[in-house]
Ligand binder design. Sequence first.
Ligand code: ADP
Ligand code: ZN
Ligand code: ZN
Length: 739
Amino acid sequence: MTYADVIVDITAKALDRPFQYLIPEHLENEVEEGTIVEAPFGNGNRKITGYVMSLSHSAKIDPEKIKPILRVVTSLSDEEKRLTALAVWIRDRYGSTMAAAMRTVLPARKKTAARQKRIVVLAVPEESARRELDTMRRKHQTARVRLMEALVEEKRLPYEICAEKLHITSAVVSALVRKGLVTVERTRVYRNPAMPGEAALRDTVLNEEQQQAVDTVCRGWVNGPSGRFLIHGVTGSGKTEVYIELIARAAAMGRQAIVLIPEIALTYQTLMRFYHRFGGRVSVIHSKMSAGEKQDQFDRARQGDLDVMIGPRSALFTPFPNLGIIVIDEEHEESYRSEQSPRYQAREVAFQRAKLENACVVLGSATPSLESYHAAMTGGITLIRLTKRAMDAQLPDVKIVDMRGELPAGNGSILSEELLGRMEETLRRKEQIMLFLNRRGYAGFITCTSCGHVVKCPHCDVSLTLHKGGRLLCHYCGYETVMPKSCPECESPFLRTFQTGTEQVEQEISMRFPDARIVRMDKDTTSGKDGQLKVLSPFASHEADIMVGTQMIVKGHDFPDVTLVGILMADMSLNIPNYRAAERTFQLLTQAAGRAGRAGRAGTVLIQTCQPSHYAVQCASQQDYEAFYSQEISYRDMAGYPPCGSLVAVHMGCADQEHLSLAAGYVRQFLIKILGKAPVRILGPAPEPVAKIADVWRQVLYLKGGSPALLRAARNRLERYIELNDGFASVEITFDATI
Ligand code: ADP
Ligand code: ZN
Ligand code: ZN
């Protein structure tokens, strides 16, 4: 008798263990690990589908009670088997359900009709196109100009790129079609997508540093790509060029590539560089695509029609037959962390996938995550430095403005005198200004306007959050105190929570500079499809003088006329109740500062802050990553935070607040019991920063210290305890090992 352990495809914690089924004789040759089968389930013998996790010859329960598998639904391909192995690892590493892990790596396959691909083609000779362009420019038809400029350059462009990356509406395309300037070709070229432009292979000659970077990565490529690398280089140092060269080399060996780029950073220019090199063998997925559209692209990958897949996090699961290299650009970005179960970190999953497939991983960033740089320092990753900007742009001149001086000087504005003066000069020179309002960690923490002190938890080194009734609460350990009457540091009575938004800044500027043209980039103005571009495009074409925004990362967009960048409330994000606060702040400030002085012109960056001497602010102003790293890593080491110590969060949610507290208390008791004398601290339970979402109360408990393996073992025992106790039935419990 042969039995199969089957994971039922239902996301319920209680069902997340394999159920044993009998493999009937006629299916014996068809069922193996990774096969998807149909089987009867539960008392009603409802037909369900499941994945076969393993085979065995002994029955775990009374053989009489073991039901037979009904039929094989489909069997998994080799790629899918490797992805299944990845799901097993994800389940184990992050503590999700197996079914959720499977759905992450192998999204449900739906049949979709082969779709038509539309290509916008320039229909007139370049000469006349340029003449038309001049007319359009005179008439300020900016959208038409944008499309025509791109077409003069490329001749042919996939319709999606026009729509999504150039923000061209169908009305604009139709108008140009009516004028006979462009045509739209419709082709069933699902298998053989059009090459944009004839101008493929516009190669750049790598500079010496770039060449060395490529050589370093390729040195170990004897039996195919392998290894882990981190390219540390400022924006503009030519990292993307290095990725492209590496991918081309892998492709020459018959291996495919996955390139992860945060969606917000994947601009038209960046995308076109990949198209120019790899033509129709590159594809892109993004979050606005339907499941079917994504699946189309995954199918192309599976069939060997692609060399490169570019996209956000989920592109990591592209089913390539022979994956060779995974690139993660801007590897420090938070968007690489999944917020839903399984809460995975793409970088870690990439390492694991590369291991399963014998591929290499190349990370890139101007401000690497502490984890990656730590690994580079301790030998887990090979560090590669790019120290020069490829296009010879100057680094900006950065100045810190101490805002503690502004209030006593009679300036109640959030713009310092210094910044206002520089803005005036810049506008007079007809150059552009970007103002970033750092609103991370905006939730009501308390700061002293006299000395900049922030009221913190005595046990956790994170800021306390203000709640109703003047209570201050620590969201890590539950410590509670009352709102102090004066600053514990300098006894000043001027404690307050900041209440400033982009709209207010915009108003203030328009009062000070009535002639300046201002655009605002925040959640309100950038919602909807391509909302961001609606703000960015007019700014890029200098139809606006000042951009006020909350989003710092506008990588890939070049604004050559921006010579002044102001960062308002730079220390705001230092107060996020999270041990990563300094790291986030350093990254945000460094990225924002990198926006000034791009194309050869010198730029100035003003950082307005109440904590001018904080090392995150200081190091960012000097663009000194190494100095920041060495300070930050010693703090992490001392406090036992990752990457120096392990941390796991247990999130608990329940509609009944009292029941939640009770359950959370039991979880704590159980953990105390099983951990015994192990060197692990149990912090909490405490309310989550947002204590109730959609009528579900939330609490969190942290396990800190010990080895990752020890914490995993504790988590597994806790899972079983929860599964076996009905009291937890109404409590949703998830684990987060990526915090
Ligand atoms: P990063 O990815 O580090 O931000 P990029 O690869 O985008 O840097 O390079 C920045 C700019 O410099 C791009 O416009 C790119 O085309 C150009 N560039 C990069 N490397 C070279 C090179 N070797 N020769 C000429 N231009 C280059
Ligand atoms: Zn004070
Ligand atoms: Zn605390």
